[in-house]
Each structure stands twice: as C-alpha cells, then as structure tokens.
Design a protein around this ligand. Structure first.
Ligand code: ZN
Length: 406
C-alpha cells in the first residue's frame, strides 16, 4: 500500500517572468491560486505558495501508461491508481523567488525550470536562475519548454537547440527538456511521468525534528463558543525528524509578548502540545519530512493569526538552536549582470531570508568575508544554513549574495 498522505517530493519552480510557471503549476495541481497579495509584497514578507497533487497512473492503458493528477484516466476513463503525492512551491517576483530558492534549498528536492519557446533563450532571469541552480547543486531538474504552441514545430526545435547550448557545461547539462502546451494540457502527462521517476530523497527520520513555519492561522470563527475554542495552527515544512500527536514542542524565537503600542520588543519562545496533525485533507498520527504539514496546538490564537508565527522553528522542547539578534555570516556575493558588485559597507541595511523568516538587519562589522549583522528582531537559525542577502539598490531590494551562518 502506497502512503500518499505525505509528499515524496517538494518541487520548486524557477523561470523568467511570464514564461508560464503559474500555469504549469496549475496544470499539475488543478488547485493553484495566486496567494501573493500586493500587501505581502509591500511588507517584504516572502510568502511561499504551496499546493499538493497526487500523481496517478492508469493501469489499463499500457502502453502508453498515462500519468495524471486526475482520479480518472483521460484515455479510457478508467480509475487511475495513486503513485505518489508531490508538493509544488512557488514565491512571488524574481528577487524573492531567487532568495527563496537559496534560503529554502534545504527543503526543495527537485526543480522545474520553465523556459518559454516564444522568447530567445536565455533571457536575463533565466541566466540568473541557472546560476542559482549551479550554486545549489540541485541535480534533479526538469526543463519545461513552455508555449511551444505559439512557435510551431520549427520554432520549438530551434529553441530546443538554444536551451541545449545554454545549459552546456552547467550542473543541469543533462536535464531532460520536455516541451509542453499547458493551456491545452499537452505533454503534462510526460512531465508527471518524469517527476514520478525522479529519485526519492533520503529523509532523515532519526534526528531531533525541525520544522520551518511557512504560515500560521486561527481556525476559530468570530464569536465561537469558548468551550469549543481551538488553539492556533502552524503550517510548515519538516526538514528532518518526526513530529507526533502529543509531542511537547517549542517554537523559537516565538512571539513578541510586549504590551500593545510598546516600541520595545519582547520575544519569548512558545511551549505547547501537538493536538492534531493534518496534510490539509487527512489527519495523521505523525509527520515526517515532505510537503506542507499543518499542526494544531494549544497556542493562543492571537499569536497565530495573520501568519504571525511565520519564520519560527518548531522542535522538541530544548532541542532547537539558540535565539539571537546578531548573526555571523560567511558572505558570498553572486554575479548579477545588472547590479554592480560592491563590497558590503558598515551600517548598511540588509534584508535577509533565513529559513522562512524575512528579517531586516544592519552590517555591524566586516572582517574579510565574515560579516556581523545586527538584526531588527531575533531569529532562530541552525548553523551552516544558507541565508539569502538582499541589498537596497536604487530603492529596491536586490539579491546580491548569500551567507553561511556561523
Ligand atoms: Zn487508461
């Protein structure tokens, strides 16, 4: 019996703006909605979009076997048997997408790299995405050649050669290139088949659990009966270990407990109990790495509402890294054609994405490549993880590098 309650693969999407990432994701999941509101963008909060799909395969039509995320086969209308659950994730905008890929690389297993056939390859953002992939060393990449319906067979072949030339010598040199027409659903089955054949990542189930909180919310309706009041829910991605119903857990850095109106921050960890675990549709006794997991707790709903706990780490009590407002980073700049490479300056403001936390900081000291950063709010981060670093250039936050946390 295949367990499809938890995702086997977390799949990120990269690609130049308007090359069809969203429509590809929608063609795969059927449920994708753009959750990235303008207010979130203004708040500089990087909010991951998430949607699950179950890849199924018809057992009757063989050959060719048809892969689908529907319950019935498109060819014979027979029942399609489930193979695996996958989670698709996405981030809004070019800078945040790259920052998320960098900071979230520890929870991304595979990437779909979307390149549209109706524009010459490579476009600027496409080049930058290849650079990020080279940097991360994610090997399981499928190149999706989108919009082939616009250019016809000749155009698609010409464009295919451009892609081959572009990826030559890179870490994804041998990645398969799959032409698709997402609007007509053409070749989506081939994409699903290739995804299903990607190697399943080894999951670390024996370490102390660590979950990155991606969202948090209050499930109580206004005016609900106090006796039936539910504690806050935190949704996130488990990086390692297993969380079980009944586990006593801690969230770090926790929440700001200062008095309303007070300018002084007073962050305190939160200790609570897991009362329920869900994958969004089914309840589970335990959760391991793979996909987005919702954990019901006894946390005061006031703290979880409106994603108030995003960026926290969840683990067993006492097992999480120390919380700090200063960070030591080994800084590495990345090569951006349109941004002049300049050394970091003391007192310069930086926007950083650390795990799923977006936080503002200031450069305190610089010694060679080791940068000390004073943060506006405390973070809980594992050592050796990668933080994305954005600098304010011409009034915009631009990704200029990353830092390994010391
Ligand atoms: Zn069939």
């Amino acid at each position: 019996m295949i367990d499809i309650r938890q995702s086997s693969l977390n799949i990120g999407t990269l690609g130049h703006i308007d090359h069809g990432k969203t429509s590809l994701t929608r063609a795969i999941t059927h449920t994708w909605t753009d959750r990235h509101s303008e207010s979130l963008k203004r708040n500089m909060t990087i909010k991951l979009g998430y949607a699950d799909a179950i890849i199924r395969k018809c057992q009757k039509c063989d050959p060719p076997s048809c892969y689908t995320t529907d319950e019935t086969c498109r060819n014979c209308a027979g029942k399609a048997e489930p193979l695996m659950r996958i989670s698709m994730l996405d981030a809004p905008g070019h800078e945040t997408l790259m920052a998320t890929a960098l900071a979230g690389s520890s929870v991304i297993d595979a990437l779909l790299f979307v390149i549209a056939a109706n524009e010459p390859c490579p476009m600027q953002q496409t080049k930058e995405h290849l650079m990020i992939m080279n940097l991360l060393g994610i090997k399981d990449v499928l190149i999706i050649q989108s919009k082939v319906d616009i250019v016809g067979k000749e155009g698609a072949l010409k464009h295919y050669k451009q892609i081959k030339e572009f990826i030559k010598g890179s870490s994804i040199e041998n990645a398969p290139i799959i032409p698709v027409m997402t609007n007509q659903g053409v070749n989506i089955d081939a994409v699903l088949e290739m995804i299903a054949k990607l190697p399943k990542p080894e999951r670390d189930l024996s370490s102390q659990p660590i979950m990155y909180v991606v969202r948090s919310f209050d499930i109580n309706k206004p005016g609900s009966n106090l006796a039936k009041f539910s504690g806050g829910v935190v949704g996130g991605v488990i990086k390692k270990g297993v969380l079980k119903v009944g586990d006593k857990i801690e969230l770090r850095p926790g929440a700001n407990f200062s008095e309303p109106g007070s300018k002084k921050q007073s962050y305190k960890n939160i200790v609570t109990v897991i009362t329920d675990i869900s994958n969004g549709t089914d309840k589970m006794e335990e959760a391991r790495p793979g996909g987005l997991i919702g954990i019901s707790t006894e946390i005061d709903p006031a703290f979880v509402k409106a994603d108030g706990l995003v960026g926290n780490l969840v683990g067993h009590v006492g097992s999480l890294p120390e919380v700090s407002t200063t960070l030591m980073l080994q800084y590495h700049s990345i090569d951006r054609k349109d941004i002049p490479t300049q050394r970091l300056k003391e007192n310069e403001p930086l926007l950083m994405e650390i795990g799923t936390k977006t936080v503002l900081g200031y450069v305190k000291t610089i010694k060679k490549d080791t940068v000390e950063i004073e943060l506006r709010m405390p973070v809980c981060a594992e050592k050796k993880t990668r933080a994305a670093v954005l600098r304010n250039i011409s009034q915009r936050w631009r990704l200029t590098g990353y830092g390994i946390i010391e």
